[in-house]
Structures are given as structure tokens and as C-alpha cells.
Ligand binder design. Structure first.
Ligand SMILES: Cc1ncc(COP(=O)(O)O)c(C=O)c1O
Length: 373
């Protein structure tokens, strides 16, 4: 495909460094919970700006572990419906009940009225998701709301490595936050995730939970319902090498996003999402809204078949409350803004090492294809 939806880039030098690191781990036999995981944690905490970081084996476990620590069992946790299923899954596997709220179509994050209306005496906490790498400008209001109601605020920052609002990084607004290092993310360790927090308690308990709920590393005494959520050393080596490039990846993605902004200007029926003042996105996704009359499936088909362009997947095409697993609990029309936003947006291909000429080609092709649907 001339323009794939996404591309994962590891330079020759990175690959050599990773292989050397893995070779050393194999020689020493230190293959899990070793020095690389520890160093990766220190580098993440320093970059994100939290006191602690605890690496785990997936973004999903980096949600589930804090939910166990918050003891959400039997309680409601407010979750945006415009998110990946794993956000709800992390809550549910810890015994919590997700209470879905609507989406603000200008940020793809949580709708403030819907959030305020959902908070009740049953609410244990709120999960905010920075969809596509965009931090909502309403973060401070959400922080204040949660403080006032005495409930936790957790950030699912799976998309938002290095994104910020008014100089404050995604992952530092809540008491704890999670990131994913799945291969589609800007930074990958193959599989992996991390919990970031300033709380000494959440840090210490996360370490126990990720290692079978063991009271100490060496003794087989278990006092928590943990699991094997550990990150292996080879994964830590891959992730750490990639993570060191995050500032340059973000700069590159922002430069390409500005090319899209210019080149898509005037596209009939398509409006790129405008970021609020003070929002710095890592451009995990470049999101554009489509006019209702535009047939998205047909647009994507023309781009694929005529122009050899794969638009990247939507974030997300179906809101979580309409997933079959929640059948009978929610119905179409319950959270209309999210349903509309999910149905009427596209994401442009955007990846490291994409050329400006390719961005121009995509934008020109989209403009032409829009005239054909
Ligand atoms: C918003 C969101 N939360 C959580 C996750 C789960 O991360 P992982 O796939 O690493 O378990 C993802 C990953 O795709 C995600 O997009």
C-alpha cells in the first residue's frame, strides 16, 4: 500500500541497541523485573512528571491494577463511552460497574454536562480518556469536581504520551494514570503499559498487584488478589529505546499535522478537529469530522482502491455502550453525541517518517474523493 494507515518505526541504531540489551539479559538470565524495567520506570516518571511509574504487561492491566487499589468492586466508575473497550474492561475485571457518559464532539473527550449528571452517591471515581492524544481543556473542572465529591480521578492516557494542556502533561492530572505501549501507539514495547502516580501508596500497591499480590518479591506470601501483570526485560528494553525518541516523534507528528491543516483547508464536507488554546496533542490521531451526508465507508473504499491510501482506523467507530456485551443495558440514542461523533469522523494516516509530499498526496486525494461520495 502506498500510504498505510500507520507504520511502526525502529531505526537501525535502535534495533541494534535493543538486540544488544536483550543479548545481555539472556546472558545474565535477568529476564523479568530487572534493571531495564527499573530504568524504564525512572525515565517515564521523569518525562511524564510523576513521582512514580510502574511498568506492567499491557495498557489494560495499567487500568485494572489501580481499579483494584481503589477497591471499585460493586461500585460505579464513570467511563466515557467514546473509548476503547479496554477502559471499561479494566474497571469490570476489578469488579467495578462502568457508568458510561457522553462525548464532547469538539475534543472527543468527556461531555461535562453528562459527567456532572452521572455523579451520584454510588460513584467511586471518574476515568478520563485523552482520545487521539487530545487533553480536554476542562481537565481542571474535572479535577475540582472529583475533589469536591471525594471520588478518584484516573486518566487513561493510552493515547497521550507527551500530550499536555497549558504545560501540564497528560497523566499528571489524576491521582494515577495509565499508558499503553501496544504496537499501534506512538511508543511501543511490543506489549506493555505503565501506571504513573505521585502517590506512594498506589506505587507500592501496584508493584504488589503486578506480581501475584505477593507481599514481598522473594517470599511467597500473598495478601492481595493480584495477577501476573509483570513486564519482561526484553519488553522493557524495546520500550525504553523507543521512549527516548518521544520528543522528536511528537515534534515530527505536529509538523505533519500542520501540513494536513494547510492541505485540507477548504475540503468540502470535512473539518479537522480544532485544538483548544493551550492543548498540545502528540497527534496519535489526526481526527476530522465529516458532514452527515458523507458516506464514510464509501470514502474509505475509494481512497483504498483508487489512491492506494489506507485511512487509519476510527477512534472509535462504535461507542462502548453499544457493544453487544452491554445489550439490554443501553440502547441507541442513549448517548447521542458520542454516537454521532463515532459515526461521522475519519483519521488521516500519520506516522513517523511520513513525507510531507505523502501528506499532500493524501489531502489532495481526500478532497477529490469527497466530491465522489
Ligand atoms: C484508550 C485505550 N485504553 C486502553 C487500551 C489498552 O491498552 P493495551 O492494548 O496495551 O492493553 C488501549 C489500547 O489500545 C486504548 O486505546
Amino acid at each position: 500500500m502506498r500510504i498505510p494507515p500507520a507504520r511502526i518505526c525502529f531505526s537501525d541504531q535502535d534495533r541494534a541497541e535493543i538486540l544488544q540489551g536483550i543479548d545481555e539479559a539472556l546472558k545474565t538470565g535477568q529476564l523479568t523485573l530487572g534493571k531495564n524495567g527499573k530504568q524504564f520506570e525512572e525515565e517515564i516518571a521523569r518525562f511524564i512528571g510523576t513521582k512514580h511509574a510502574v511498568v506492567v504487561n499491557s495498557g489494560t492491566s495499567s487500568i485494572q491494577i489501580p481499579m483494584h487499589i481503589y477497591n471499585v468492586r460493586g461500585k460505579e466508575v464513570i467511563v466515557p463511552t467514546n473509548t476503547f473497550f479496554a477502559t471499561a474492561l479494566g474497571v469490570m475485571h476489578a469488579g467495578g460497574i462502568p457508568r458510561f457518559v457522553d462525548c464532547d464532539p469538539t475534543t472527543f473527550s468527556v461531555d461535562m454536562d453528562s459527567l456532572r449528571n452521572a455523579v451520584s452517591e454510588r460513584t467511586a471515581g471518574v476515568v478520563v480518556v485523552h482520545i487521539g492524544g487530545i487533553v480536554t481543556p476542562h481537565m481542571q473542572e474535572i479535577v475540582d469536581l472529583c475533589k469536591k465529591r471525594g471520588i478518584f480521578l484516573f486518566e487513561d492516557a493510552a493515547h497521550a504520551h507527551g500530550s499536555s494542556f497549558r504545560g501540564k502533561n497528560a497523566g499528571t492530572f489524576g491521582e494515577a494514570s495509565s499508558f499503553s505501549f501496544y504496537p499501534t501507539k506512538i511508543i511501543t514495547s511490543g506489549e506493555g503499559g505503565v501506571i504513573c502516580t505521585d502517590s506512594d501508596t498506589i506505587d507500592q500497591e501496584s508493584r504488589l498487584y503486578r506480581d501475584q499480590g505477593k507481599a514481598t518479591f522473594t517470599a511467597n506470601i500473598h495478601n492481595k488478589l493480584g495477577y501476573n501483570w509483570r513486564m519482561s526485560e526484553p519488553h522493557a528494553i524495546i520500550g525504553m529505546t523507543h521512549f527516548r525518541h518521544l520528543p522528536e516523534f511528537i515534534a515530527e507528528r505536529n509538523r505533519l499535522a500542520r501540513v494536513y491543516d494547510r492541505a485540507l483547508n477548504g475540503a468540502a464536507g470535512l473539518r479537522p478537529l480544532q485544538l483548544a488554546e493551550g492543548t498540545v496533542s502528540n497527534y496519535y490521531k489526526y481526527i476530522a469530522m465529516l458532514d452527515e451526508k458523507i458516506d464514510r465507508a464509501r470514502l474509505k473504499k475509494i481512497l483504498r482502491e483508487t489512491y492506494d491510501i489506507g485511512l487509519s482506523g476510527e477512534v472509535y467507530e462504535l461507542p462502548v455502550h453499544l457493544q453487544p456485551i452491554f445489550e439490554g443495558q443501553y440502547k441507541k440514542g442513549d448517548l447521542p453525541k458520542a454516537e454521532h461523533a463515532c459515526a461521522h469522523h475519519v483519521c488521516m494516516p500519520l506516522y513517523q517518517k511520513m513525507s510531507e509530499a505523502d501528506v499532500e498526496y493524501v489531502a489532495a486525494s481526500v478532497k477529490t474523493a469527497l466530491g465522489m461520495v
